[in-house]
Design a protein around this ligand. Structure first.
Ligand code: F6R
Length: 369
């Protein structure tokens, strides 16, 4: 049932191109228009939405953080992403013009369920993004967009995360399409690029041997740091979460701009730091700032592990290890940048002799608050 792989996690990482393609299937027509009639909230109501709040936990929360960038950019609707476990306890401001998006692979996470119940009691509309047909979260929501990752068995979420991202992009682009924004042309071209993304994920998977080798060489380290900016920041958080839960290592993700506000004090000789570099073609100011960050930490002795786009030569002099990813539109980069981090964590866990599919102390679905 592991299809020839040693672990479900390896199988599920390998299934990502298909999971992504399946989640897009039937949702984009030949002319590049989104068809999301299954989201049974009528366009007239979507045009009235004044605020979006995303609630989720763990890896799904990281997908939600990325969705915020996409939603606000393409729709200009204010969007916040909140940990489901914090949400209802701070008396959030909600009304019938608030769209709450609950993201959950299992559809049974109690924190997320309680958050959405609270939102509905306050009159908000709830859209679930979920991987499990007929589970509690979609049943209790006004609408649902299913991810088509197939069953995810390994405790650490991989293919579900990528499909959650795809679903979030679809919602963001659909809202942009329904409401009309000045980014109409961009939306159209991003939809085209999204349809091609599963091939790029496949490409990344084909180049992972050096990442595995690197992971094995770091098996006796205690700490790994992750840096990113813009949508690369949640990617850094996700890379750190994977490493904590699988390798039981101290791992932290930071927004690269925060380095000088504290975390740079952690940098010492030979400390591995993974840096997610944004595309030099997109928001190039951010790209250049991250390159300076890499120089700064390297000057202080860090061992830099740089994830950068093919053809980005500016990072080469400062990268002790360079992991290449294919060029994508800025907002879609997490779909390709996360994959090496999953492989990295899985291989480190294996090298440390950990149980990859069943990390200690964790359950696949957390049904208590
Ligand atoms: C991490 C992981 C967890 C889940 C979180 C939410 O690899 O799997 O952080 O993402 O418990 O679970 P769902 O998506 O089922 O609500």
């Amino acid at each position: 049932e592991k299809g020839g792989y040693d672990y479900f996690m390896l199988k599920e990482i390998a299934e990502q191109p298909k999971a992504v393609a399946d989640t897009l299937l039937g949702r984009i027509d030949g002319s590049g228009t989104l068809l999301l009639d299954e989201v049974r909230i009528p366009p007239s109501e979507l045009r009235e939405v004044g605020k979006i709040v995303i609630v989720a936990c763990g890896t799904a929360f990281h997908a939600g953080m990325i969705a915020k960038y996409a939603i606000e950019h393409w729709t200009r609707i204010p969007c916040e992403t909140e940990l489901a476990s914090e949400f209802r306890y701070r008396d959030p401001i909600l009304d019938h013009r608030t769209l709450v998006i609950a993201i959950s692979q299992s559809g049974e996470t109690m924190d997320t369920l309680m958050a959405l119940r609270h939102a509905r009691e306050q009159g908000a509309r709830v859209l679930a993004i979920c991987n499990t047909n007929g589970s509690t979260i979609p049943r209790e929501s006004d609408a649902v967009l299913y991810t088509h990752a197939g069953p995810e068995v390994a405790v650490a979420s991989t293919k579900a995360f990528l499909t959650q991202l795809v679903a979030c992009y679809l919602v963001a682009l659909y809202l942009g399409q329904v409401r009309g924004t000045k980014w109409g042309d961009e939306i159209h071209s991003v939809i085209q690029e999204l349809s091609a993304i599963s091939v790029q994920v496949e490409q990344v998977l084909g180049t992972m041997e050096p990442v595995r080798e690197l992971a094995r060489s770091l098996a006796d380290k205690n700490t790994v740091l992750f840096l990113g900016r813009h949508v690369g920041f949640p990617v850094a958080l996700e890379g750190a979460l994977k490493l904590k839960e699988l390798a039981y290592m101290h791992a932290e993700g930071f927004a690269a701009g925060e380095l000088k506000h504290g975390p740079i004090a952690l940098i010492e000789e030979d400390l591995p730091v993974v840096v997610v570099v944004p595309s030099p073609r997109g928001r190039s100011v951010l790209h250049d700032k991250i390159v300076s960050n890499i120089q700064e930490i390297r000057a202080r002795g860090a061992r830099t592990i740089v994830i950068a786009e093919d053809g980005d030569e500016t990072v080469v002099p400062y990268a002790d290890h360079l992991i290449r990813i294919p060029p994508t539109p800025t907002l879609l980069q997490p779909l390709v940048a996360t994959v090496p981090l999953q492989v990295f964590a899985c291989e480190l866990a294996t090298a440390r002799g950990n149980e990859v599919d069943q990390p200690r102390n964790l359950a696949k679905s957390v049904t208590v608050e």
